[in-house]
Design a protein around this ligand. Sequence first.
Ligand SMILES: [Zn+2]
Length: 351
Amino acid sequence: MDDTHDVPYTKYFKMADISEKENIMKKIYGNTYLLGTLDNMRKNNRLAQSVIFYGEKGSGKKLFADYYTSLLLCEAPDGDAPCGKCTACRTVDSHSHPDVTYVPTEGKLEGYTVKIARAVSSDVCIKPNNNTAKKVYIFRDCKNMNVQAQNALLKLIEEPPEYACFIFTADSKSEFLPTIISRCVCFGVSSCTEEEARHSLIESGFGADETAAAIKCFHGNIGRCTSYIVDENLKNQVDLTKRIANSIIRKDEYELNAAFFTVGSGRNDIHSILSMIDKLARDAAVLSRDADAPVIGCYREAAVRLSTMITAYQAVNIHNAVERGCRAIDANVNSSLVLAGVCAEIMEIMA
Ligand SMILES: [Zn+2]
């Protein structure tokens, strides 16, 4: 889906005649096909009322949710939307548009509950007052949504008033029931090329060295690259993943257990680290067939080393062990127990 260009392709949320200083809207890098599709939908007056943007964390789903909202609400003629200039575009960009609701999550799991879905249902009945006569509800980072909440949402998107629009973002389409998916237009958001990511990060004011280090870990994923530079926690997670990878390579069960022990009990931290280990296993499997293949994980050197030690079959087994671990964490199994289990399984696979 992602086109590769010699020159990084950038799409501005603005008319070409606005000076850089006046450019108040963010740029989207890559995803040229998706941008073209969305622009055509607006031009042909076929913007869908319910959409899902899905893709890896950091790939730009929220940016696309804002872009789609601008397409829905922009007051400029169709060919120019979103213009980045009109009141609607400006207020969407600053998240202050009166008819755009960023639906809040609830509880320890930060999820969308039945209560929230019902609150949105009653709010939908109040007509909008903007020029385009639309109301937009954005559900960001949908995950762990229970069936009751999804069914309440389903009622909402099955027969919405014609002014109501619903935008969902999630890491994966599988977060939603098939009945929800069938009533939404789904768009996959993909990471950019490394060159596009480099261009974007430098333009955001980051230094060349920190940008290179971030891209080495997170490649064309601009969101994750940015987090790696500004968020100490992600940097620590990468360091810990490297420690885990080295323990696996050395088949050092004691050290592997010790490294897993320091992951802590935060669900997001555990998911983040398990996902990086999963990518390492994936990279090792791919590199065992093609030593020059591009990697998606944060530690190429370890993946190369691992690829000479294990078969693709063993790598798949590591993936399965990690995935089981993630599911157990989601099911609220004690995190120390889960991590000890993953550790034991990996050691057995490596034996
Ligand atoms: Zn506009």
